[in-house]
Design a protein around this ligand. Structure first.
Ligand SMILES: Nc1ncnc2c1ncn2[C@@H]1O[C@H](COP(=O)(O)OP(=O)(O)OP(=O)(O)O)[C@@H](O)[C@H]1O
Length: 536
């Protein structure tokens, strides 16, 4: 039974219940100001946030939020429609929510380790719940990717997420603590256990009447750039940056999440263009407002520059409290770009392979170049601290919104830009992304559906073992280093994949990822983090 069916059934039950109650006039009097404890997840779904008409212009955001509303709170106007009955109503809804949670998060063996508490979010591919790790009482977030093995796209997405996160250790990237899988009706369900974060940037931007304070805008921007630097230096593009994928804690820590679209990008990675073309043109509409022109126009290549475009959109959204480029279809988004930013340069148009897109651009009435000061100011807040009077801010924005990806500001250039240097405290040099992540990510792009499934199972198994061993008391040895060495050997052996090495040996050599070189002496930039599951 689907989620909507469950809701419908629940509502019918509740309606019948109250109709019967009304007949015998035995209903208790209205209890004002009482609310059930449903949801209550750090206020992120509070009715003020959901019903905030301030951003009703922003249809896409509302739709996005609507799909993320937890059961029974914002979808149903409890207070408005049945004030007298809300207590009983909420009790029934609580029961339904609990059943839905049990249905979504059947953890099988892992049920001994984690206890789901409540659903806290969902996207196109995953549902996320808050849970408790029973041994430590730590709060965690568990993301379930249902039937992850069912299609190549889902399998690739899941493997990308596992492979980026399992060896990464950065304060501005979400921490993966554990992975396990169960057998679902349509294939494997994969569960990723992460540190629990309290909110996301989307809710922070729109959850208040007031625009974000300049201090926070700069803090969030700085953390986003540092997290991206770690990835981009390793040629890994996130490719799905948007405010709801930037998780934020109460102390203001921002972490980048949702790596299902992450990809190792270099000039040689042009595989799966057709698959991706299809994907971008159809399913991935939710993130259109953040999509770089090279993805929209489906140019033959794209790189980490796609994330820098998204940084521009997110920065603009934080300042103006509106999506800067809120297109609702691929065509609409292209028109939005043409209206707001003018025409792309001719050499960019020449690279477009799709005739329809080319024609759309050529036929569109030519607009003047954008006045960024106006764009950032008009829609905005009315104070001019951030935009007016600071030409370095405008220059920063202009450089992020370059149509030509090769001219767009890179992460290093962004961090060295006078605006960023003016508003964000410089930090010492940061750790490098493990070489292993690069290699693992490269491999993902070359695998067939069957190989993806096999490797996904293998990765999950190896991670499961590691985490189980950690939990079963080897933690001190692990921290002391012996365990890391043992484990490293085991994982290296476990990851020896003849299928891949024989098929790709020439590729590996060509790309400098010779297995012997890699697993023999650590090459420069290779580092083994203390715990691949972020025990710290
Ligand atoms: N570690 C976490 N802590 C708290 N909330 C989280 C965490 N991870 C994810 N979420 C919440 O769950 C939502 C959905 O997660 P996520 O974006 O990873 O799913 P998805 O299906 O891949 O989404 P998308 O549709 O963006 O591709 C997020 O927007 C976020 O609000």
């Amino acid at each position: 039974m689907g989620f909507l069916d469950t809701i419908k059934m629940g509502l019918d039950t509740v309606k019948n219940f109250f109709q019967a109650k009304e007949k015998d006039h035995s209903m208790s009097p209205p209890q004002e100001n009482q609310r059930s404890p449903v949801g209550g997840y750090h206020n992120r779904y509070s009715p003020q946030v959901i019903n905030n008409t301030q951003y009703s212009k922003n249809k896409g955001s509302i739709e996005a939020m609507a799909s993320r509303k937890p059961f029974g709170e914002a979808n149903l106007n409890i207070q408005g429609s049945m004030p007298a009955k809300k207590e009983g109503f909420n009790r029934v809804l609580d029961g339904l929510k609990k059943r839905q949670l049990q249905h979504d998060f059947k953890l099988e063996r892992a049920a001994e380790t984690y206890e789901p508490i409540q659903n806290i979010g969902s996207g196109a591919f995953g549902i996320v719940c808050e849970a408790v790790e029973t041994s430590s009482d730590d709060k965690v977030a568990i993301k379930k990717v249902a039937h992850a093995s069912a299609t190549p796209t889902l399998a690739r997405r899941t493997l990308r997420e596992i492979r980026v996160l399992r060896y990464i250790d950065h304060p501005n990237i979400v921490t993966l603590r554990d992975i396990f899988r169960t057998q679902g009706p349509l294939g494997i369900d994969v569960f990723l256990v992460m540190d629990l974060m309290q909110n996301n940037l989307h809710h922070i931007i729109y959850g208040n009447e007031e625009p974000l304070d300049e201090y926070y805008i700069n803090q969030f921007l700085g953390q986003l750039l540092r997290g991206l630097e770690y990835l981009h230096v390793a040629s890994i593009a996130h490719r799905d940056l948007k405010p709801s994928n930037l998780l934020v804690n109460q102390d203001g820590t921002l972490r980048i999440a949702d790596f299902g679209m992450a990809k190792f990008t270099d000039n040689s990675s042009k595989k799966h263009d057709d698959e991706e073309h299809c994907y971008y043109m159809t399913q991935h509409v939710a993130t259109l407002p953040y999509r770089a022109p090279e993805l929209l126009f489906v140019l033959p290549e794209h790189s980490t520059a796609v994330d820098m475009w998204a940084v521009g959109c997110i920065f603009g959204e934080m300042v103006t409290r509106n999506e800067l480029l809120p297109g609702r279809s691929v065509q609409g988004q292209i028109k939005m770009l043409l209206t707001m930013l003018g025409h792309p340069p001719q050499h960019v148009i020449d690279e477009i392979r799709c005739d329809r897109t080319k024609k759309l651009i050529q036929d569109f009435v030519r607009k003047a170049d954008p006045d960024w000061e106006d764009i950032m100011y008009c829609k905005a807040r009315g104070d001019d601290q951030i935009v007016r009077g600071h030409c370095d801010t405008i220059d920063f924005v202009k450089q992020l919104f370059q149509y030509d990806a090769t001219k767009r500001i890179s992460i290093q250039e962004a961090l060295a830009h006078s605006y960023i240097r003016r508003v964000i405290e410089p930090q010492g040099s940061q750790k490098k992304c493990p070489f292993r992540v690069k290699k693992d990510m490269m491999q993902v792009e070359d695998l067939s559906h069957q190989e993806l499934i096999e490797i996904m199972k293998q990765d999950v198994r190896s991670a499961e073992n590691t985490y189980n061993e950690m939990r079963s008391g080897d933690y001190n040895r692990w921290m002391a280093g012996d365990f890391q060495r043992d484990r490293r050997e085991q994982i290296e052996k476990a990851n020896y994949d003849p299928m891949y090495s024989s098929r790709n040996s020439s590729n590996q050599l060509a790309n400098g990822f010779n297995r012997q070189h890699q697993f023999g002496q650590p090459v420069s930039g290779y580092e083994w983090r203390v715990s691949p599951y972020g025990a710290a």
